[in-house]
Design a binder for this molecule. Sequence first.
Ligand SMILES: [Cu+2]
Length: 225
Amino acid sequence: MIAQASNFVNETDTTFFIIVAVCVFFLLLITISMVVFVIKYSRKRNTKPVNIHGSTALEITWTVIPTMIALGMFWLGWVGYKDLSRPPKDSMIVDVTAQMWRWNFKYANGVQTDTLYVPLNKDVEVRLHSLDVDHSFYVPAFRVKKDCIPTRTNIAWFRAEEVGTYQVFCAEYCGLNHSYMYSAVKVLPEYDFNMWLAGKAQKTTVANTGSGSVKTSHIVTNSGN
Ligand SMILES: [Cu+2]
């Protein structure tokens, strides 16, 4: 069983099981009917063929019922898609950039990682980008999947509800090393997450200051004039 670690699990799994149940029902109905008809109307039992005439009632029934079922499935999918595409206003934003064949996660304070860290029970909005070809951001444990398309920003969101480490996959074939294009999402309690982010930010600042000495002297010269 796949882990169940976000707010989308119940909704998505319910939709999935309803669709599977409908498919299994019709698979059995069609298969059993076929076997019964093959036996009942075999040539041995019916040596003389008989013409049959159409039935309007039957035709309406087998048009209307499948149409209603297909629209019902579409409705469930549409509602789920809309929920996934509309993050709550105060969500924490992470920019996700896909490229052949790795992931980059960038936080509002400039911190960048190749593993996604998120706080527990907080709404997280992921803004999905691609630098080259089509990819797809997929976290099975969250039931979240959305494409990363070049020149476009797609949006998805989730609220992680279980501490742990879960897999991030690329779910859109994107070339030779597509199968190696995976990462992880680590869900931490909010305090731990804040500590991690602050620590990372500090390291980033130190690193930038170290390599940015030329830039600094330039600014000093300008301000002196
Ligand atoms: Cu990919």
